[in-house]
Design a protein around this ligand. Structure first.
Ligand SMILES: NC(=O)c1ccc[n+]([C@@H]2O[C@H](COP(=O)([O-])OP(=O)(O)OC[C@H]3O[C@@H](n4cnc5c(N)ncnc54)[C@H](O)[C@@H]3O)[C@@H](O)[C@H]2O)c1
Ligand SMILES: [Zn+2]
Length: 691
C-alpha cells in the first residue's frame, strides 16, 4: 500500500522496519534455503515499496537495508570469498516505455543526440539460475564463488568442478594471469523433470522450479551430490581481468569466451536503438517455450565497453544494462471459495475461485487444484493466500499457500456428496485419486457437454465451429442429448441460437456432414471411453479392424492388443456392456457416420502361452515390467500380480523378494529373463513363419 501524505513519519519508519524484516525473511528463504515462500512478483512489490519509502525519507536509509545490497548472505558451511569486483544486480523493466526510457537515459548519459545514430546494444537471455564467478589463473580454474551479497560470496569450487560444461582449463595458449568469468549456473528443463521424478521416487522433497533445483544442487556441502545433478553454465560477464586486453565490446567478449571453451548461449544479437531491443524481446518471447532451459526475460547491455565505462553504476546496478522481464508467471492472491468442476467422464475437479489477479499478463479468477488428495497435500483452504501459477498455455494452478498469511477464518474444502450439476451421488473408488459424478452422460449435462466437446474435437471427429458456447446452448436447450443428435441438426435449429448467423449455421452443418466420413480409430477415440486415448484407439482399430469385432471382444481378446492391459480392457468392456452406448454407436452409423473396415491384425496362435499364468518379480536385466507383460499377453499368456497355485511361471530378476520365496514354497517354476525370451521367441507366430 503506498504511504499516505497524512501519514506521520514515525508510521513510515515503522513500515520501513516491517518491510525490511519481511524482505530479510524472504531473502533467507530464497538465497539460503533455496525455498522461496512468496512469488518473485510479490517480493519485487515489497522491494519497490521499500525503495519508494526510502526515496521519500532518505534519512531513514541504513546500510543494512535490502535495497542497499544485492542478494542474500553466504550460508554457513561454505567459506566466504570476497569478489575482486562486486557482483551487481540489474535494473528491471517490463513495459515497452521502460525500454524506451532506458535507451533515452543511455543516450543522455553518453551525450548522443536523438537524430544521431542509435546506440548499439548486445541482447542476450536472462537465464533463470544463479550467478557465479569463475576465477581462472593462468588459464586454470582456481575458485568459483556464488554472488552472495554482491561483495562476498560462498566458495563452491569443489562443486563447480563437477559441472562438465565448465572447463577446468581454458583453451588458449596465452591465458591471462587472472580472468573472472561471470555467468549463470542453471538446470535444463528435462534434467529438472528427471530430478524431480527421482526425488519423488525416493520420497524426498521436490524442487519448485529449475532455479531452486540449480541453486540447491550447487550449494551442497557434499560435492558428490552436485556431481549427480546435471548442471549447465552460460557466461555473460566479466569481473577482474589481468594480463590481457579487454575486448572492445560485450559481443566480442562473448565471442572470445566461446573461442576459449566457455559456453555462451547461441540466442544473442547485436541491435541498435529501442526498436532493435523490442524486436529481440518479441522474437525470444515466441521461442521461449521451445528453449531447453527457463528464462525470465532478456538482458540488454550497451555493447561498447568504453561507453559502458562512461555510463557507470548506480547503487546496486550498472546504468548500461537493463533486464527486460516477461510478465511474472506466479502471483499471490486470495482463495474466495473452492468449487468443483465436472468433466466429461464425470471426474470432479476442485477449482479455486480467486480474487482476480494478473498472472503472465492475463487476469486469472479460477485455478485448478487437480484433485482432492492434492488439496489435502498442499493444505489449501478457503480464505488462504496462495501462489497461483500460469505458464504458457497451461491451465492456471494453485501451487501452494502462504502459511504466515492464514487467517483464523480459513476453512478446509469439503468434497460435496452430490454432483452440483445433476445431483447424482459423487463416488470415489478406493484405489482412485479422482471422485466422479455417478450420473453418467444420461443424467449429467456437464458430462454430456464434456463428451460432446470431446467428440467434435480436432483429433476425434474434427467438427470445426462447434465450440464451448454452442455445445452449451445445444445441451441446455435440450436440442442435443447425444452425439447422434448432432447428425440430425438442421440450419433452422442452429440459427435460433444466440450469436448464430445463417452463414455460420450453414458452416457448422457442413462441417458436421463432412465428419460423417471418418476412420475407425478416430471414431473409437471420439466415443470417449475412459483410458482410451488416441494411440490406444489406433491400436484397437488396427487390431480388430471393425467396430463389430471390437464390440464383440471379450477380456482375453482385448488383452491380445499390444497396448492394452487389464484396466483398459475392463473399461472397454464396461463401455460396451452399457446398452445406451451400443445404441449410440448404432444411431451414429444409422445417421451416416462411416469408415473403412479391415479384417484386423492376425491373431496370435494359441500356443505354449495359451492360458499360462506368469508373475513378474524383481528387476529384469533388459525388459521393463510393462514390456515383459506386453509380450506375454501378445502371445496369449496371462500376467498376474501375485503368486498362487494357479501360477505357471515366476519370472525373477534381481532383488526379487517375497514372490520368489512364495513360488519356491508352492513349487512353481522359476525362470529368468533369458528363459522367458527363449519361450517368447518360440511362441511368436512371426518367428515360426520365418523358420
Ligand atoms: N521470492 C522471494 O522470496 C525472493 C527473494 C529474494 C529475491 N527474489 C527474486 O530474485 C531476484 C533478485 O534479483 P537479483 O538481484 O538477483 O537481480 P535479478 O534476478 O533481477 O538480475 C540479476 C541477475 O540476473 C542473472 N542473469 C541472468 N542472465 C543474465 C545476463 N545475460 N546478464 C547478466 N545477468 C544475468 C544473474 O544471476 C544476475 O545476478 C528478483 O527477481 C526477486 O524477485 C525473490
Ligand atoms: Zn453430474
Amino acid at each position: 500500500m503506498p504511504p499516505q501524505d497524512t501519514e506521520r513519519p514515525s508510521d513510515e519508519a515503522a513500515r520501513i522496519r516491517a518491510l525490511r524484516a519481511e524482505l530479510a525473511r524472504h531473502n533467507y528463504a530464497y538465497y539460503v534455503l533455496d525455498n522461496p515462500t512468496v512469488p518473485d512478483a510479490e517480493y519485487d512489490r515489497l522491494f519497490r515499496e521499500l525503495q519508494a519509502l526510502e526515496a521519500a525519507n532518505p534519512e531513514l536509509i541504513t546500510p543494512d537495508s535490502p535495497t542497499q545490497r544485492v542478494g542474500g548472505a553466504a550460508a554457513a558451511g561454505f567459506e566466504p570469498v570476497r569478489h575482486a569486483v562486486p557482483m551487481l544486480s540489474i535494473n528491471n523493466g517490463f513495459a515497452d516505455e521502460d525500454i524506451a526510457n532506458f535507451d533515452r537515459r543511455v543516450r543522455d548519459g553518453l551525450g548522443i543526440d536523438e537524430d544521431a545514430e542509435p546506440v548499439e546494444y548486445n541482447c542476450e537471455l536472462k537465464f533463470d539460475g544463479l550467478a557465479i564467478n569463475l576465477r581462472y589463473e593462468d588459464g586454470v580454474l582456481t575458485c568459483a564463488a556464488t554472488r552472495g551479497d554482491g561483495a562476498t560470496g560462498e566458495n563452491v569450487t569443489a562443486n563447480i568442478r563437477t559441472v562438465r560444461a565448465i572447463p577446468l582449463r581454458l583453451r588458449c595458449d596465452k591465458a591471462p594471469r587472472i580472468l573472472d568469468i561471470r555467468g549463470e549456473v542453471l538446470m535444463f528443463k528435462a534434467d529438472f523433470n528427471k530430478l524431480n521424478a527421482r526425488q519423488r521416487e525416493l520420497g524426498q522433497k521436490e524442487f519448485a522450479n529449475p532455479r531452486n533445483a540449480a541453486a540447491g544442487s550447487l550449494r551442497q556441502l557434499d560435492p558428490r551430490i552436485t556431481a549427480g545433478r546435471s548442471l549447465r553454465f552460460f557466461a555473460y560477464g566479466i569481473g577482474q581481468l589481468d594480463g590481457a586486453p579487454l575486448p572492445e565490446s560485450h559481443s566480442a567478449l562473448l565471442d572470445w569466451y566461446r573461442d576459449i571453451g566457455v559456453p555462451v548461449a547461441a540466442e544473442r544479437a547485436v541491435v541498435r536503438g529501442a526498436d532493435g531491443l523490442l524486436g529481440f524481446f518479441r522474437g525470444i518471447g515466441e521461442k521461449r517455450a521451445q528453449l531447453p532451459y527457463e528464462i525470465d526475460g532478456v538482458v540488454y547491455k550497451v555493447n561498447r565497453i568504453d561507453q559502458q565505462a562512461r555510463l557507470g553504476f548506480v547503487s546496486r546496478a550498472p546504468r548500461f544494462a537493463l533486464a527486460h522481464k516477461f510478465p511474472a508467471e506466479e502471483a499471490l492472491t486470495e482463495v474466495l471459495d473452492i468449487g468443483v468442476q465436472v468433466g466429461r467422464t464425470g471426474a470432479i475437479t476442485p477449482v479455486a475461485r480467486l480474487a482476480p489477479v494478473s498472472v503472465g499478463g492475463v487476469t486469472v479468477t479460477n485455478a485448478t487444484l487437480h484433485n482432492e488428495d492434492e488439496v489435502r497435500r498442499k493444505d489449501i483452504q478457503i480464505g488462504d493466500t496462495v501462489i497461483v501459477r500460469r505458464a504458457g498455455d497451461v491451465i492456471p494452478e494453485v501451487v501452494a499457500h502462504v502459511p504466515e498469511r492464514r487467517g483464523p477464518n480459513a476453512r478446509p474444502f469439503v468434497m460435496p456428496t452430490l454432483c452440483p450439476v445433476c445431483g447424482s451421488p459423487i463416488v470415489r473408488p478406493e484405489e482412485e485419486a479422482v471422485a466422479r459424478c455417478s450420473g453418467g452422460w444420461v443424467k449429467c449435462p456437464a458430462q454430456r457437454k464434456g463428451g460432446l466437446l470431446h467428440f467434435v474435437s480436432r483429433r476425434a471427429m474434427d467438427i470445426e465451429g462447434l465450440g464451448d458456447q454452442l455445445v452449451e446452448q445445444l445441451v441446455d436447450r435440450g436440442i442435443v442429448h447425444t452425439a447422434a443428435d448432432l447428425y440430425r441438426l438442421g440450419v433452422t435449429a442452429l440459427v435460433e441460437l444466440e450469436r448464430m448467423a445463417e452463414k455460420s449455421a450453414n458452416n457448422v452443418v457442413k462441417a458436421i456432414d463432412k465428419s460423417r466420413s471418418t476412420t475407425l480409430a478416430r471414431f473409437i477415440y471420439a466415443l470417449g471411453i475412459r483410458h482410451v486415448g488416441e494411440s490406444t484407439a489406433r491400436e484397437l482399430a488396427s487390431h480388430f479392424g471393425s467396430m463389430d469385432a471390437l464390440m464383440a471382444a471379450d477380456e482375453a481378446r482385448l488383452l491380445e492388443v499390444a497396448d492394452i492391459g487389464p484396466v483398459v480392457a475392463r473399461s472397454v468392456l464396461q463401455f460396451f456392456a452399457d446398452a445406451m452406448n451400443r445404441e449410440l454407436v448404432a444411431q451414429l452409423r444409422a445417421n451416416g457416420v462411416h469408415w473403412e473396415e479391415t479384417a484386423g491384425a492376425a491373431r496370435a496362435e494359441p500356443g505354449a502361452f495359451a492360458g499360462k499364468v506368469f508373475v513378474l518379480t524383481g528387476t529384469l536385466p533388459t525388459l521393463t515390467r510393462e514390456d515383459a507383460s506386453e509380450r506375454i499377453l501378445a502371445v496369449g499368456g496371462k500376467v498376474s500380480a501375485s503368486v498362487s497355485k494357479k501360477t505357471n511361471y515366476v519370472v525373477a530378476g534381481s532383488d526379487a523378494g517375497s514372490k520368489l520365496a512364495k513360488a519356491e514354497t508352492l513349487g512353481v517354476a522359476v525362470i529368468d529373463e533369458a528363459e522367458l525370451l527363449r519361450m517368447l521367441s518360440d511362441a511368436n507366430p512371426d518367428n515360426q513363419e520365418q523358420s
